[in-house]
Design a protein around this ligand. Structure first.
Ligand code: SF4
Length: 376
């Protein structure tokens, strides 16, 4: 790891401070975002938790510190900013003053501010961690896929228009100048885009009022998304929707049924064709390793066949997600009961490389989507 040179850098949406081999970045409110010390990278989430990342023995490691336990870390980041204070003048001094206004207790109190605005945010696509998340809906309309526990304890509900507008304003106030780092909007939760066209147009209009000129993205599942005709997707596109992230999981229909997720490869192809005809970006999420060794070859073959048949272009992305089995899930219980052998972590990683190579061979973009890295 190269040494970090001492510096104080003022960027339009962030401030960077580096001294003595340590480095930190801060939003323009003065809250720290990242901190690097002793080969460990710390990332502070908006809910106050801190995610640690480091490499050891050739492997990537992760750990989370709960908000209440982060005070000593906050103090170390603050000490770094204090060390940059002597000699700072003008804009640099103004920014450091804002940073030093955040003592550990105030940073810990951000957790309560976050949960006054948001329900827990379960997951985002990896290229949307720096979106502004707006929760138009809560939960998922289906909630029965065996592998998914993101919204298990949250019945589906949609915010009425005025409640959504109030939520968007509250998010804007909570983020403050942190919003300068966030160039687009992500409509949560699981399948907010399943709302009726009329409701979605209202959501997009209220979104524009709170956050003008930001493109909008969201998750959609095939069985809810295909209820919208092409004409609806076109109108949503004109109203600011830029793209959708679709949990394809697999192109192998028997595996999809085994996961208790509705849909089929044939329906998926027709749906993606509509999304592309409407001019939308499409991010397709494939779970690598799901179904274990029993489904491995058929999952690979049919998924590639489905991807090859889709009218995707260079702007679209196939996200390859190494499957992480939750021991408390219906998936785990079913796999055990039916004696389906799981793939080891190393096997999943090798399979991911095989998928990535094959997807790129189709002329498509492939990207890793590791749900363990999620951060907002
Ligand atoms: S995978 Fe998607 S559709 Fe299935 S339960 Fe989870 S959020 Fe709902």
């Amino acid at each position: 790891m190269p040494a970090v040179p001492d510096a104080l850098a003022l960027y339009p949406a962030a401030t960077h401070v580096a001294r003595g081999g340590k480095a930190a970045s801060f939003d323009l409110e003065g809250r720290w975002l990242t901190f690097f010390e002793d080969r460990v990278l710390y990332k502070r989430a908006l809910d106050g938790r801190v995610h640690l990342r480091w490499r050891e023995g050739g492997r990537r490691h992760r750990r989370v510190i709960e908000a209440e336990a982060a005070a000593p870390l906050h103090a170390r980041v603050r000490a770094l900013a204090e060390a940059a204070w002597p000699g700072a003048a003008g804009e640099a001094r103004r920014r450091l003053r804002a940073i030093l206004a955040w003592d550990p207790a105030r940073l810990i109190a951000e957790k309560a501010r976050f949960y006054a605005v948001y329900k827990p945010i379960a997951i985002l696509p990896p290229d949307r961690y720096l979106s502004v998340v707006l929760q138009a809906t809560e939960g998922c309309t289906w909630n029965k896929c065996t592998f998914c526990s993101f919204y298990a304890d949250r019945p589906f509900s949609a915010k009425p228009p005025e409640a959504f507008a109030a939520h968007a304003r509250a998010v804007r106030d909570f983020l403050g100048k942190n919003a300068l780092l966030r160039k687009d909007i992500f409509l949560a939760d699981g399948n907010a885009l399943a709302l009726s066209e009329g409701r979605l147009l209202t959501v997009l209009e209220r979104t524009r009022v709170a956050f003008p000129r930001r493109p909008v993205f969201g998750f959609i599942d095939l069985f809810t998304g295909e209820r919208h005709p092409l004409s609806t997707w076109r109108r949503l596109r004109e109203a600011g929707l830029k793209g959708v992230y679709l949990g394809m999981e697999t192109g192998h229909d028997p595996l999809l049924a085994w996961l208790n997720k509705p849909g089929s490869q044939r329906e998926l192809l027709a749906f993606v064709a509509d999304l592309k005809a409407a001019g939308l970006f499409v991010g397709l999420i494939v779970m690598v390793g799901v179904g274990g060794r029993a489904f491995q070859e058929r999952h690979f073959r049919d998924t590639l066949e489905a991807l090859a048949a889709m009218p995707l272009d260079k702007g679209d992305v196939v996200f390859l997600s190494p499957f992480v089995e939750d021991p408390a899930s219906a998936y785990h219980a079913r796999r055990q009961a039916e004696g389906v052998p799981a793939m080891s972590e190393a096997e999943v990683e090798a399979e991911l490389k095989r998928f990535a190579h094959a997807v790129r061979g189709l002329g498509l973009r492939a990207a890793r989507y590791d749900i363990r890295e999620f951060l907002y």
